[in-house]
Design a protein around this ligand. Structure first.
Ligand SMILES: O=C(O)CCC(=O)C(=O)O
Ligand SMILES: [Fe+2]
Length: 536
């Protein structure tokens, strides 16, 4: 303890002005004279006589020591600087600012105190950072400057406040290993366990949010192995009309299959859809899982309108196209939903299907659960596709490989399609070898040289699949298709997805939600037995 003071004193005396101008030193100096001083005082009290203590109290009175408020001020100043200039906690604790060593190293106790002060200010983010640093430093200290249990107590609680209940429980368990009778920890443990049990049902937890945000910034993507398997080409699904103009399709993911269809909504259709939707837009609502009530929520910010096929030929044409694209009947589908997001508009991670235990689900509709989604991009978020290059600049998946080595079957048994090679620069079509419903997929080889690169995020608003690391950028006239349910009717939990906040401009999409009823002979069976939808 004494050494800490003499070291600090020596350093400060070299150049008093320079010493206190540094925020780390300023904090340390104030700390030595507040919380640390109390320890000194305690030491003296236990070791010496009354007389000295009287002198000591006089001394403290006359010298005007910094108060707890001063300490808090110094700590807040340091964390503010840390936040503004993104200063790394470990470097600060080493006495460094932006790579330059200015000050004395902090002890575990100094870091702990910074954490404690941050905690007093309800700044759980910095509490967590500093408590973690304190814990790290403590491991290296011979004479431990603070008790680990104290660090863990704050760390666990701030971690809980930051939303990571599981980690909070973990830390609390560690604390209980050290102090099994720690009353607060025992209570918190029970509380955290209950919270975890409750939130099992809530898809929207902090972890999901972190993935969602990272995906929106395009910081993640599927592994190279997965990307290498993705194909793109032309598909006519065996539909005679489409032989002339087959769909231009690419895979964004294989299992579950996510397909991107290009040029499936014409400009005049888009104009009609926008014109019909505009006057009847209403704030988007979501269904409360427990009560079944439709209500506005901060997790979905946008405006919504519904269009019927009977209203306009263009709407009917688009719906017919969905049938052609998917092979699924539209008889039991919901009306076409049009959504408009303004700046900051978004839809946080969710499933399109009704989960087990969800109140109401789609019971009113009486057509079963939402088996599949076709999501049209009715507008392009400005500049979104600007950096894509290549012959087929309509393909948005940057990694799709145009040259399959073998014929790839459209996933599923019932409707087997074939990715066909393009030989010697000519298109060739090969009929699927599977009898019954057949599908065709034309494939262009050799001539197509796709050279895509991931660009910086331009204006946000992508659709992201948070378990798969798939990012689909909005592109006018394009649609994404995926099955929400396994072929046995169980919800596919890997289809969790979200609409990233729009950074600039406005984003229009249109959903066609296809339902289970009537699809028995239309949907291909899955090759493997699907996993059960885990229950809540
Ligand atoms: O707007 C998007 O990108 C996704 C919308 C969506 O997931 C939904 O409306 O259910
Ligand atoms: Fe959705």
């Amino acid at each position: 303890m004494l050494k800490t003071y003499t070291d600090q004193y020596k350093k400060a005396s070299e150049d008093v002005q320079a010493y206190v101008e540094n925020p780390i030193n300023a904090y340390l100096l104030v700390k030595r004279l507040t919380t640390d001083w109390e320890v000194v005082q305690d030491l003296i009290i236990t070791n010496t006589g009354e007389e000295f203590i009287a002198d000591f109290d006089d001394l403290k009175g006359s010298l005007k020591f910094p108060s707890d408020e001063d300490l808090n001020g110094a700590a807040v100043a340091l964390t503010r600087l840390q936040k503004t200039y993104k200063l790394d906690t470990s470097s600060l604790a080493n006495g460094e600012i932006n790579g330059v060593k200015y000050a004395t190293e902090l002890t575990a106790a100094d870091c702990f105190e910074l954490g404690r002060q941050s905690y007093t200010n309800d700044d759980h983010y910095h509490t967590q950072l500093w408590m973690m640093e304190a814990d790290k430093r403590l491991k290296l200290e011979v004479n431990q400057s603070v008790e680990r249990s104290k660090i863990l107590e704050y760390l666990a609680f701030s971690t809980f406040k930051l939303g990571d209940v599981r980690l909070a429980l973990d830390l609390t368990n560690k604390l209980l290993e050290l102090v099994p009778t720690h009353e607060k920890a025992l209570n918190n443990k029970v509380y955290y366990e209950v919270e975890i049990a409750k939130t099992k049902d809530i898809f929207w937890n902090r972890q999901a949010k972190l993935f969602y945000e990272a995906l929106c910034r395009e910081e993640m993507q599927p592994s190279d192995e997965i990307l290498a398997e993705l194909k793109c080409g032309y598909m006519d699904n065996g539909n005679p009309f489409l032989k002339i103009a087959p769909f231009k399709v690419e895979e964004a993911y294989l299992d579950p299959q996510i397909l991107i269809f290009h040029d499936v909504m014409a400009d005049d259709e888009i104009a009609t859809i926008k014109a019909l939707a505009q006057p009847r837009f209403q704030r988007a609502v979501v269904q409360n899982f427990t009560t079944g009530v439709m209500q506005p929520s901060s997790y979905r910010i946008g405006k919504v309108a519904w269009l019927k096929e009977t209203e306009h030929k263009h709407v009917a044409d688009v719906v017919q196209r969905v049938e052609d694209m998917t092979g699924l009947t539209m008889k039991t589908a919901e009306d076409l939903q049009v959504v408009n997001y303004g700046i900051g508009g978004h839809y946080e991670p969710h499933y399109d299907f009704a989960r087990k235990g969800e109140k109401n689900g789609f019971k009113d509709l009486g057509t079963g659960n939402r088996i599949a989604t076709v999501l049209f991009y009715v507008s392009q978020v400005e500049n979104c596709a600007k950096s894509r290059t290549g012959h087929l600049d309509n393909f948005t998946t940057p990694h799709c490989s145009p040259f399959p080595k073998a014929l790839i079957h459209f996933k599923g048994k019932g409707r087997s399609g074939v990715w066909e090679k393009y030989r010697g620069g000519l298109l060739s079509i090969q009929r699927s070898s599977t009898p019954g419903l057949s599908a065709y997929l034309l494939f262009i080889l050799n001539l197509v040289h796709i050279h895509f690169k991931m660009s910086d995020v331009d204006q946000g608003g992508a659709t992201v699949f948070i378990d798969l690391d798939v990012v689909v950028r909005p592109k006018k006239g394009t649609a994404v298709f995926w099955y929400n349910l396994h072929s046995n009717g169980e919800g596919d939990r890997s289809t969790g997805h979200a609409a990233c906040p729009v950074l600039a401009g406005s984003k229009w999409v249109s959903n066609k939600w296809i339902h289970e009823d009537g699809q028995l002979f239309r949907r291909p069976c899955e090759l493997e037995r699907p996993p059960p939808e885990y229950t809540i």
